[in-house]
Design a protein around this ligand. Structure first.
Ligand code: IMP
Length: 192
């Protein structure tokens, strides 16, 4: 049995990683199970921040460490909120954050946007798996599924916001779904 530490206290993320890793024979640990650890994300890309989180824990736990970082890049806003997506307008709820973004883009014709997810795996080797979901910022909020910026993100594939998709539909095209499938392929290859 191989142990894996998921460098997050987010129980949804932990559950998703468990579903992928346990069938491959891994024993999954998470930060909540052990302790809460704050890591300063000082990188300038999603990949750098994911690696910073994974490497900081690798120094403490003698097992494979997986960490991820994700966010929304809006072209007309200089790719903001980007790596600051979780901290953008800190203290306000997503209803307010999404309304603010719609206001900022009110007269903007270029509505191109993308979600990015980087998953870092640190073992004897380091790997980063990256997934992108391309789309645009909608003109109004739509949909009740998903979380965060989903209600204002218009997907290319469906012509619906990602908050209007079922979890299965979103997973098939999402940044996180794509990065996760790359991680899975890598681990399957390693265990062959
Ligand atoms: P982190 O990856 O936990 O650092 O959080 C990234 C932040 O990006 C989240 O708090 C959301 O604001 C945003 N984000 C990342 N992925 C998604 C998504 O799939 N839908 C909506 N918002 C997302």
């Amino acid at each position: 049995m191989k142990d894996v530490m998921i460098a997050t206290g987010n129980s949804n993320k932990v559950r998703e990683y468990r579903e992928i890793l346990e069938p491959l024979g891994y024993v999954v640990h998470d930060l909540k199970e052990i302790e809460h650890l704050e890591v300063e994300e000082t990188g300038s890309t999603f990949a750098e921040n994911a690696l910073i989180k994974a490497e900081s824990l690798k120094g403490i736990y003698d097992m494979i460490v997986i960490a991820d970082d994700s966010g929304l890049e809006i072209e007309a806003l200089d790719n903001q909120p980007g790596i600051h997506s979780a901290r953008f307008l800190a203290g306000y709820d997503y209803d307010y954050k999404n309304r603010t973004i719609l206001k900022m883009l009110k007269d903007e014709k270029n509505r191109k946007a993308r979600f990015v997810c980087a998953i870092a795996l640190v073992d004897e080797e380091k790997h980063v798996f990256e997934g992108v979901m391309s789309g645009s910022i909608a003109y109004e909020m739509k949909g009740d599924n998903g979380f965060g910026y989903d209600p204002i993100f218009m997907t290319e594939e469906y012509g619906l916001t990602s908050a209007q998709l079922s979890p299965e539909q979103k997973n098939a095209i999402s940044h996180r779904g794509k990065a996760t499938r790359l991680l899975l392929e890598y681990l399957k290859g390693k265990n062959r």
